[in-house]
Design a protein around this ligand. Structure first.
Ligand SMILES: Cc1cc2nc3c(=O)[nH]c(=O)nc-3n(C[C@H](O)[C@H](O)[C@H](O)COP(=O)(O)O)c2cc1C
Length: 191
């Protein structure tokens, strides 16, 4: 099972919409896929810091899934030139080294004119530090709000840009193949 992490706890986030789009693409390709939304997981922060010893059931359920995950797809928006604090706080709760050691990870950034380049590159440092296998083809969705313009007919908006849809599909197929290759080579943490 692969997991898409919605990298913000903001209600009604564009990150959630992108995650749902990508979820459909993995499903179409016959892959097992689940969305982990920080909006839900963040309820587990209520008990206060549980660094490395997660006890809140919501947070624990997410942490357990990540420790068994075939691969993580992180959809991250840019907040103040980096990733949302909620995402870094979540990462800091997860068990070292089990959560990310040799775990495959792919990134989709979204934001303004740089399309989430900064949070993705900051996350590459974090996941690189944690010895993850980083899938090299990253995707950046610039001026994301233009893609999710609301109308009466379509209150949520729909991402229709052909180039972005094509890049997302290519990443979906490529990341699945990347994970299979790592498993075949005996390099995957679930081997
Ligand atoms: C708190 C906050 C800070 C933001 N800071 C930036 C920023 O530094 N650079 C940028 O390009 N966009 C920034 N934005 C715009 C977001 O990247 C954009 O609105 C995106 O849709 C937010 O993701 P979300 O809808 O998943 O929350 C910011 C938005 C929020 C809510």
């Amino acid at each position: 099972m692969k997991h898409i992490i919605v990298g913000t706890d903001r209600a009604g986030s564009n990150s959630r919409k992108v995650a749902e789009l990508v979820y459909g693409m993995y499903q179409e390709q016959g892959e097992d896929i689940e969305i982990l939304d920080l909006k839900d997981i963040a309820k587990g922060f209520a008990e206060g810091p549980q660094y490395g010893n997660v006890t809140h059931p919501i947070l624990k359920a997410a942490a357990d899934k990540i420790e068994k995950s075939d691969g993580l797809i992180v959809v991250v928006p840019e907040y103040n030139g980096s990733m949302p604090g909620a995402l870094k706080y979540f990462i800091d709760h997860l068990k070292y080294p089990d959560a990310f050691e040799h775990r495959p990870v792919a990134f989709i950034g979204l934001g303004g004119m740089f399309g989430g380049l900064r949070p993705v590159e900051h996350l590459q440092q974090v996941f690189g530090y944690r010895n993850s296998f980083i899938y090299p083809d990253r995707i950046f969705i610039m001026n994301v709000w233009n893609h999710y313009k609301k109308s009466d007919a379509n209150p949520e908006g729909t991402l229709k840009d052909a180039m972005i849809l094509d890049l997302l599909k290519k990443q979906t197929a490529g990341f699945s193949a990347f994970i299979k290759g790592l498993k075949h080579a005996g390099l995957h943490p679930t081997r």
